[in-house]
Design a protein around this ligand. Structure first.
Ligand code: ATP
Ligand code: MG
Length: 263
């Protein structure tokens, strides 16, 4: 069951976080990463991480071809695996390139919990409201080139924050950083609210996470329309949620550089 999304290469995951510790930053807990299926930092010879390496390679090709560096991970429904893909792709990217992971699912944030980040640190919602600077919301992951801006507390009124000029200012500041990071943005589901339409204008391209048996053609087509003119540059078929949790069930496919609709 390879679904209608054209297959690229199969990839997969791994845990085992530690590399040399960085400066002042947050040190990840390998056991927590393992239990939360965060494999992108792990051993390169694990087959679990390969899907994310493949996705990374395709994305880097796109970056080189276009000079674009801001990408959102989106899906039509809750629970399709957006955050899973965003975190693991960002982790895999950060092994070879400065990477910033930004959580803009202000309603149901999960990145802080998944990575075990301190709840005391200001969140991106504080930067969006003007209560904190980007420097204050940045959490650098020790021993990696990953910086995370996660949401600390779920927001009841994300539209106001996302519609403010601050979003554009903050993303521009991240984009213009000297180390030219690649930014991966985790987003809320497209079918539930219109948050994605407020996020799309600050994004260069979208990677759609499609879940086998759950993502409908109609919802996907509507999502692509609502993102427009921001292009969908690829798709990831994430079928592991409906299947038992086994290594072989991690399967991702990437369709680079095309705006694609399901058959
Ligand atoms: N390929 C996979 N294999 C196993 N479990 C997965 C896979 N992808 C996602 N999951 C698990 O499914 C759950 C939902 O995934 P995730 O939180 O990434 O979805 P989401 O699209 O971000 O959801 P939401 O819309 O609520 O933000 C999580 O517990 C995650 O660990
Ligand atoms: Mg999520």
């Amino acid at each position: 069951m390879r679904a209608h999304v054209e297959t690229g290469e199969v990839v997969s995951i791994i845990p085992s976080a530690g590399r040399e510790a960085g400066s002042s930053d947050h040190t990840l807990n390998p056991a927590l990463l393992r239990s939360n299926l965060v494999v992108g930092f792990g051993a390169t010879d694990s087959e679990d991480v390969h899907p994310f390496f493949t996705l990374r390679s395709q994305l880097l090709k796109h970056v080189r071809a276009t000079d674009q560096r801001f990408f959102a991970i989106a899906s039509t429904q809750p629970g399709n695996g957006k955050s899973h893909v965003a975190i693991n792709l960002a982790a895999a990217l950060s092994r070879i390139h400065p990477t910033v992971l930004i959580e803009l699912d202000l309603r149901r944030p999960s990145i802080g919990r998944t990575l075990g980040l301190s709840p005391d640190h200001p969140g991106i919602e504080d930067a969006l409201s003007g209560a904190a600077s980007l420097q204050e919301t940045a959490i650098r992951i020790a021993g990696t080139r990953l910086t995370v801006h996660r949401v600390r507390d779920p927001q009841a009124d994300p539209e106001t924050l996302l519609a403010s000029d601050r979003l554009r200012e903050l993303t521009r500041a991240i984009h213009d950083a000297d180390d030219r990071p690649i930014c991966i943005v985790d987003t809320p589901p497209t079918v539930i609210h219109d948050d994605i339409m407020l996020i799309a204008p600050v994004i260069d391209g979208v990677i759609m996470v499609v879940q086998e048996g759950r993502t409908s053609k109609r919802a996907l087509v509507n999502a692509i329309k609502s993102l427009s003119p921001t292009p969908v540059i690829g798709s990831v078929l994430n079928r592991s949620i409906s299947a038992p949790l086994q290594t072989a069930d991690y399967a991702y496919y990437y369709n680079p550089m095309e705006q694609r609709q399901p058959a």
